[in-house]
Design a protein around this ligand. Structure first.
Ligand SMILES: *[C@@H]1O[C@H](CO)[C@@H](O)[C@H](O)[C@H]1NC(C)=O
Ligand SMILES: *[C@@H]1O[C@H](CO)[C@@H](O)[C@H](O)[C@H]1NC(C)=O
Ligand SMILES: *[C@@H]1O[C@H](CO)[C@@H](O)[C@H](O)[C@H]1NC(C)=O
Ligand SMILES: *[C@@H]1O[C@H](CO)[C@@H](O)[C@H](O)[C@H]1NC(C)=O
Length: 536
């Protein structure tokens, strides 16, 4: 950081790269501090609670689940690619249900996909809904047909469509919060008020996926056949399941990680403002733009799953940070995108969902209204916060932290001043793997997203400035004190970067480096030539 100060009058290009590095450092500190404090805050209070519930039963894992996926001969050849993204052939049980006809596609032997099961014939059950398709009955019966297969050691039955993408670790995590020996019907309704008004606010929308605990599914399967006869006028399969579950006295347990996605176009807002809960599913990806720029839908999902492999529970979870150096507001949606606002934005406004998408069907106020808070997504990209999309994730060297990088992947031609975050090219976020236990997870969900404030010293720097060493030292000391109180351990390291490491430093510079190094509180490398610019 010292070399920042003695090169303060160099060309715009070096200023630019300097700014980039500064941001890497400041945001890392901020995120690390923030995530660690979250973990520790909770562990200290909750250790006892969670122990007692864990001792009771071995924790739920992926082999306690059985999946019933509804598809048909027309869509399966295309949509099996979605299922392939999340299906774990040797770990998961269940099957994909196709109509009982034309064995052509069902004879496929792809071991990376769930086996195909043929649905029973449902012609004897009447279907009287004018707007819908009678295949709704066949799809509803996936519930009773999969139960009839008598799988052993099942805790949860999970249902979804062929265009539902599940995040398996998060699904398990979410279901493990509940006692699988009780009766549970878990899922979520639609994002769109009109959809809920027409179908039901208390229905688990089928495309988002839903889960039934084993004992509930067993009882439901027994009464399902006769129950279906009572609901011949309903539109969909999910409405039939809801009605029959309601007859057993069970209502919907809402889990915000399930996503029906009754919206079209650009999903950015929905994903970037994800609540602090593990993302369980996504749906309707045929109707949405690819979630990363310059990729196909499937490539983009594969890219997101790269992040999920490293820290599945944190995926998409939003963290907000206020940078006091530049008066910027930074919102991290882990593994997906970082937004930087060039000003201070109040927390409740950052948490609102940017309305980047369009409704499933327009035409009325309710059809264009959502069940969550929204904010404007400005048509002019230059008037929106700068967005950096997830690029890659690695384990940080030593210490078990995770380093994720985000890069500007769009190319707006915006006029900007020197203080604009638009000059940054990339952002690195350091975090610890999110591994909250069950009780903590419940608490976090009811909590608001976290706010990180870097320093008590309120300093309204609106333009990037070269930061002097004493100022940095003070921030460092304050952060250390705070983190010590919480029992955190992290370290800052000074990495002086030379723009040309082949030219040796002259004696004067060499001396400067040495004096700086000695006066610093934190670790550093012994000589700038040890860090090649390419490393950063
Ligand atoms: C699928 O696998 C089964 C058993 O392994 C085999 O009998 C059958 O011929 C295979 N079908 C195709 C289309 O490869
Ligand atoms: C499942 O168990 C029931 C009751 O024990 C039995 O009637 C049925 O045949 C079994 N189904 C299969 C596929 O084994
Ligand atoms: C888009 O992708 C292509 C091929 O992967 C790549 O060559 C190109 O540079 C990318 N464009 C941007 C703006 O990232
Ligand atoms: C770094 O780059 C700037 C501008 O390109 C140049 O003026 C300066 O001499 C370089 N410094 C070193 C140490 O090479």
């Amino acid at each position: 950081m010292h070399n920042l100060s003695h090169q303060s009058s160099s060309s715009p290009k070096t200023q630019h790269s300097r700014l980039t590095k500064l941001i890497i450092i400041s945001s890392s500190l901020c995120i690390v501090y923030l995530l660690l404090s979250l973990l520790l805050l909770h562990t200290s209070k909750l250790v006892n609670l969670s122990r007692s519930s864990q001792d009771l039963k071995a924790s739920t894992s992926i082999d306690h689940l059985v999946f019933g996926i509804a598809s048909n001969h027309n869509s399966w050849p295309r949509r099996k690619d979605y299922v392939k993204l999340w299906w774990r052939p040797h770990q998961m049980r269940g099957c994909v249900f196709l109509e009982n006809r034309s064995p052509s596609t069902s004879s496929q032997n792809d071991t990376s996909l769930p086996p195909v099961c043929l649905s029973d014939d449902t012609n004897r059950i009447r279907y009287l809904n004018r707007g819908g398709l009678r295949s709704a009955i066949r799809v509803a019966r996936v519930v009773s047909e999969i139960v009839a297969m008598n799988h052993s050691n099942v805790r949860w039955f999970v249902f979804g469509d062929d265009d539902t993408v599940f995040f398996p670790e998060n699904l398990v995590k979410t279901l493990s919060k509940y006692d699988h020996e009780l009766w549970y019907y878990i899922g979520k309704n639609s994002e769109v008020i009109m959809q809920n008004k027409v179908f039901s606010f208390d229905m688990a929308f089928g495309g988002a996926g839903f889960a039934l605990s084993y004992p509930l599914a067993k009882v439901l399967a027994k009464v399902f056949e006769s129950c279906l006869e009572r609901y011949i006028y309903l539109y969909g399969s999910d409405g039939r399941v809801q009605a029959c579950v309601a007859e057993l006295g069970i209502g919907l347990t809402r889990e915000p990680g399930f996503h029906q996605m009754d919206i079209r176009g650009n999903m950015f807002g929905l994903l970037a403002a994800h609540p602090n809960t593990p993302v369980v599913s996504m749906h309707h990806l045929d109707f949405t733009d690819p979630i990363f720029p310059n990729m196909t839908t499937t490539q983009a999902l594969e890219h997101l799953l790269e992040a999920a492999k490293v820290d599945p529970h944190r995926l998409l979870q939003q963290t907000v940070c206020y940078d006091r150096w530049f008066s910027w507001t930074v919102s991290v949606s882990w593994g997906y995108a970082v937004q930087v606002f060039g000003n201070r934005v109040f927390l409740p406004d950052v948490l609102r969902t940017p309305q980047s998408f369009i409704p499933w069907k327009g035409g009325s106020v309710l059809a264009e209204s959502y069940v969550f808070d929204t904010r404007e997504y400005h048509p002019d990209p230059c008037r929106r916060p700068v967005v950096f999309f997830f690029e890659r994730v690695d384990y940080a060297k030593g210490g078990g932290g995770i380093k994720s990088s985000y890069r500007k992947m769009t190319n707006e031609d915006c006029a900007f001043d020197t203080g604009s975050p638009r000059k940054i090219e990339a952002i690195t976020v350091l975090s610890q793997k999110l591994d909250l236990d069950i009780k903590q997870e419940e608490l976090v969900q009811s909590r608001i997203n976290l706010v990180c404030i870097q320093s008590n010293r309120v300093n309204s720097i609106t333009k990037p400035q070269v930061l002097d060493l004493p100022f940095l030292s003070q921030i460092y000391t304050e952060a250390r004190q705070r983190s010590k109180k919480l029992g955190n351990q992290y370290e800052a390291v000074w990495l002086p970067i030379m723009n040309d490491s082949s030219t040796p430093l002259n004696e004067e510079k060499q001396k400067q480096v040495e004096t700086t190094r000695v006066s610093m509180l934190w670790f550093s490398v012994s000589h700038p030539s040890m860090v090649a610019p390419a490393f950063v």
